[in-house]
Design a protein around this ligand. Structure first.
Ligand code: C2E
Ligand code: CA
Ligand code: CA
Length: 529
């Protein structure tokens, strides 16, 4: 039953692991298409805004020139001047003189005055806007007249709106936002909806999805007008297809890899006890030794035992399999195997250096089991070592796990083994609880040693830990020392022992024996020198 529900959970998680990247890729395709289409639509609106600005500038300049020259209204000289203004202005079809809503003459000559009727709207710049019907100007559509003072610019709205767009059915319009649809200054396409005129106050531009269109609006504050560009929403959907072609297969691939990894991990986890038992039987575990040195003399005084698991696929790190073994209650099998391996190696070290100190890692559950005491007796028997040669390392969690742990630790210390706290400060206990623990040695975790920098910016925590250990008269071993300045700092602060890549990586029995032998020979030579 339990197995069935486990299978159910794993299947659901695998499915989710597959679906999440796929759905994420669909969402990404949509978002990317929306962003692209939005930037295009906004670009059209901004282009239109620039054109309106240009017209505004040309109108103002024309009015100023006409005003400054003070020529007789509609005189040949003034008509000539207007022609020059007209030729120099890209969007102005013709320049004109206007008085009381009547065009008196244009840059194309003096004809009968043309009454324009009431202005359609008056903008913020005191610019009035009129329409001249197409039949009067012989154009297929009405022209616009913008008047400022006595000067008027005749503008073809279709020329202003003639912007190159990526697709044909983009709606472009310049509208008077206050008067809605009736205030259209110029528009291409009939679809300007009154909803599009509602723009949040104080925003210069905004884009919305409305009535099947992606609508970008840009304010023209000096004209009191709004420029609108609208692209059919269908364009976004069309673009999604283009992104989806590569994003969705990529999502499916990621989902597949994720689901497969999850499924494999679940399989490894479920078959872990079997794999572990087989590994013990097949002697797939072996140990490496990381030298521990005395900082003052740089002499190797011992080593920490680090277990490894060699499988047919890869070498597994203890960070992965130790927690798993703890979880399924099989850590003792590993500890027994490690003790066995070390008991056979240790005599080699002791023959070279009888004071050699071996440090062995123990788990919380090892310390809860009184059989550990017998196992340690057997270890001494096989290795021929004395308890002073052995240090047992337990993590902070192991120390605090249960009262029975403290009892086992007490019994081990009574037998003469020294006990170290490993990874101190990385868990949840405070510095203050250090004084309550039955301890001989404190291992300064790599996380703290890492904070020691050559420039002097060292975490205060390291200082505190060292001070506290001195006060409690604890031996100290700094872990993970990788640089000379770190070693120097530790030495200056009275830390006696250290291990780390600066002094030696975890190594096999033989190279460590050779190193010890060389050291012993050098010491002997010094003694007899
Ligand atoms: P740990 O006891 O803190 O061991 C030190 C870890 O730091 C080792 O990783 C070692 O290889 C690594 N190390 C040493 N010097 C340096 C350095 O200078 N720089 C860096 N970056 N790393 C350094 P490893 O061997 O992977 O062991 C990981 C952990 O697995 C150990 O942490 C220990 O908690 C656990 N472990 C290892 N062997 C055993 C064992 O036999 N029994 C138990 N219960 N746990 C073990
Ligand atoms: Ca350790
Ligand atoms: Ca550690």
């Amino acid at each position: 039953m339990l197995n069935q529900s486990r299978v159910g959970v794993v299947s659901t998680m695998t499915m989710v692991a597959f679906l999440v990247p796929v759905l994420a890729s669909v969402y990404l395709s949509w978002r990317e298409s929306y962003a692209r289409e939005k930037s295009l639509t906004l670009g059209y609106a901004q282009n239109l805004e620039r054109r309106m600005d240009e017209i505004s500038g040309q109108l103002e300049e024309g009015a100023d020139t006409l005003q400054a020259d003070g020529l007789a209204p509609c005189s040949p000289q003034e008509v000539k001047l207007m022609r020059q203004i007209d030729l120099g202005s890209s969007y102005i079809k013709a320049a004109a003189r206007i008085e009381r809503s009547t065009l008196l003459c244009t840059s194309q000559g003096v004809t009968n005055p043309v009454s324009l009727g009431k202005p359609e709207l008056a903008t913020g710049l005191d610019v009035s806007e009129y329409s001249i019907p197409g039949r009067q100007t012989k154009t297929p559509h009405p022209l616009k007249v913008f008047a400022e003072g006595k000067f008027a610019a005749i503008v073809d709205p279709n020329l202003v709106l003639d912007i190159a767009t990526e697709s044909p059915d983009v709606e472009l319009a310049v509208v008077d936002s206050s008067s809605g649809k009736s205030g259209r200054v110029a528009a291409l396409g009939p679809a300007v909806s009154s909803d599009w005129l509602d723009m949040p106050a104080h925003t210069a531009q905004s884009t919305i999805l409305n009535a099947g269109y992606l609508v970008s609006r840009v304010r023209l504050p000096q004209w009191h007008l709004l420029v609108i560009a609208a692209t059919p929403q269908g364009y976004i959907d069309r673009r999604i297809g283009r992104f989806a072609v590569f994003l969705i297969p990529l999502g499916a691939l990621c989902g597949g890899v994720l689901a497969l990894t999850l499924w494999l991990m679940a399989r490894i986890h479920s078959s872990f006890p079997t794999m572990l038992r087989r590994a013990i039987r097949e002697e797939s575990f072996y140990v490496l030794y990381q030298p521990v040195i005395e900082l003052v003399t740089l002499r190797v005084i011992g080593a920490e035992v680090l277990v490894r698991w060699r499988t047919s696929y890869a070498e597994m790190r203890p960070d992965f399999f130790i927690p798993q073994a703890e979880q399924c209650g099989l850590i003792q099998l590993i500890t027994e195997r490690v003790l066995d391996l070390v008991a056979h190696d240790l005599p080699r070290f002791l023959r070279i250096d009888p004071r050699f100190r071996i440090a062995i890692n123990l788990s919380a559950s090892d310390l809860q089991d009184v059989r550990l005491l017998d196992a340690m007796d057997r270890f001494l028997e096989i290795s021929g070592a004395s308890p002073e040669n052995v240090e047992l390392e337990a993590t902070e969690r192991a120390f605090l796990e249960s009262p029975s742990t403290a009892k086992t630790i007490g019994a081990l210390r009574a037998k003469g083994f020294s006990v170290a706290i490993d990874d101190f400060g990385t868990g949840y206990s405070s510095l203050a609880c250090l004084q309550t623990l039955p301890l001989d040695t404190l291992k300064i975790d790599r996380a703290f040693v890492d904070t020691i920098h050559a420039g002097g910016t060292t975490s205060h925590v390291v200082e505190h830990i060292i001070e506290m250990a001195h006060e409690l008269d604890l031996e100290m071993v700094a872990e993970g020392v990788e640089t000379e300045p770190q070693a120097q700092y530790l030495l200056e602060h009275g830390v006696r022992l250290a291990q780390g890549w600066q002094f030696g990586r975890p190594m096999e029995l033989e190279p460590l024996c050779q190193r010890l032998q060389l050291q012993a020979s050098a010491e002997a030579a010094m003694l007899f020198a």
